[in-house]
Design a protein around this ligand. Structure first.
Ligand code: PLP
Length: 400
């Protein structure tokens, strides 16, 4: 009924996992989708629109400059390529051939993850530093800042740093050793919202480039992201991202984003050109970002907590489970954790997850604890009516 996917014959899902790309990201508000529709009705100069968006991002993040990317991963690619080339159009044109350029990026070993493909795509070699023996339980230490310092050479283009609650060494320590040797720090903060103070925090802590996802908590278009940081690096990123199919004589980029006078000439299409961003995404992302900031952490947390409480109520009385509503101020996003008595119910956590995903409606829960009989439900992508549907489906599976 009024659902386009039904018309298309494509299954929709109840997304209790959260805004993951595999599950199509978050659900945009009406305001954001209307802004995108309005944006689609006129043509503009993309560089001018990016310069405007960059101004809003700079104001909200406290960074010197900002830019809209097609996601946090694209931001890593653009940010690292900016660190490699600086504002040299000749170098931009030669990427990913790094002959004669700094061609290494240092990363604490425990920060490595599959998104670092976006960094390696620039052509650089990742230099892993340190040993995170705390994760094995055999020890207590992780990479330390002096080890990063020790690894910096004249080939080091940047330090890549991935933020989460357990990241070691702390960002300010990494910034200190990097900046002492003139090396920029690129921060992957893709999913680090809320708290919304994180929009400013990594910049305050000295990061040179910070990347956020637009399609996660901000609830912007799924293929959008934020790049913010030092003007020179953002400008170098823009130069390698913007479409350059124009006569040099007619090329007149907005000075707040690109200072044409200081360049020997215009670069051609750059390494970032395949990560293009449309006017709809730019307008949609800025609309969503403003709404995210306006709502504030407290109102957002309360909205999410209400959704978790009503899910808790919908699961009341179901047999062979314990329900733990994890709603507390120390936890940025509340969630409901369901622990299954695997013996009594005769169902394993893995089997419950499978039944939820394979059944009708398709329900995608958090499955990180399924081998221990734990299934979690998050509030971020739930729609009206989803809570009741989850309760009904669980009661079909568990009985009662
Ligand atoms: C989600 C995520 C990304 C990718 O973000 P996109 O906006 O989907 O490109 C990169 N790094 C981390 C740590 C993430 O969680």
């Amino acid at each position: 009924m009024g659902n386009i996917y039904e018309e298309l014959g494509v299954r929709t899902i109840i997304n209790a996992t959260g805004p993951s790309t595999r599950l199509s990201g978050s659900i945009m508000s009406d305001e954001v989708s209307s802004a995108m529709k309005a944006a689609s009705e006129h043509c503009v100069d993309i560089a001018e629109l990016q310069a405007w968006a960059g101004g809003v991002i700079a104001e909200i993040t406290g960074a010197e400059a900002g830019y809209v990317t097609s996601g946090a991963a694209a931001g890593l690619l653009l940010g690292v390529s900016a660190c490699v080339t600086g504002l040299d159009p000749g170098r931009m044109n030669r990427l990913p051939d790094l002959t004669g350029m700094k061609d290494e990026v240092i990363m604490p070993r425990s920060h490595r993850n599959f998104y670092d493909h976006a960094i390696r795509a620039v052509g650089v070699k990742l230099i892993e530093v340190g040993i995170a023996d705390r994760f094995s339980g055999a020890g207590v230490r992780d990479t330390e800042a002096w080890e990063i310092d020790d690894a910096i050479t004249d080939r080091t283009a940047a330090i890549a740093y991935v933020v989460n609650a357990h990241s070691q060494p702390l960002l300010p320590e990494v910034v200190e050793v990097a900046h002492a040797k003139g090396v920029p720090v690129v921060v992957d903060a893709a999913g680090q919202l809320p708290p919304q103070s994180n929009l400013k925090r990594f910049i305050v802590e000295g990061a040179d480039i910070v990347c956020f996802s637009g399609g996660k908590t901000i609830r912007g278009p799924q293929s959008s992201g934020i790049l913010c940081g030092k003007w020179e690096l953002v400008s170098a990123a823009a130069l390698q991202h913007l479409d350059q199919d124009i006569y040099a004589e007619l090329w007149d980029p907005p000075p707040s984003l690109i200072d044409k006078e200081t360049l020997p000439g215009a670069p051609q299409h750059g390494l970032g050109r395949p990560c293009k961003v449309g006017k709809e995404e730019i307008v949609g992302l800025i609309t969503a970002l403003r709404m995210f900031v306006e709502e504030g952490d407290q109102a957002r947390a309360e909205r999410w907590a209400n959704s978790i409480r009503s899910l808790g109520a919908a699961l009341e009385g179901l047999p062979n489970i314990t329900v733990d509503m994890q709603i507390n101020p120390g936890r940025p996003v509340p969630m409901l954790c369901l622990t299954l008595d695997e013996e009594k119910s005769g169902i394993t956590g893995v089997n419950l997850a499978k039944q939820l995903i394979k059944g009708y409606p398709c329900i995608q829960p958090g499955t990180g604890g399924m081998y221990e009989g734990e299934i979690t439900f998050g509030p971020m992508c739930l729609r009206d009516g989803d809570v009741e549907a989850i309760g009904k489906r669980l009661s079909e599976i568990l009985g009662g």
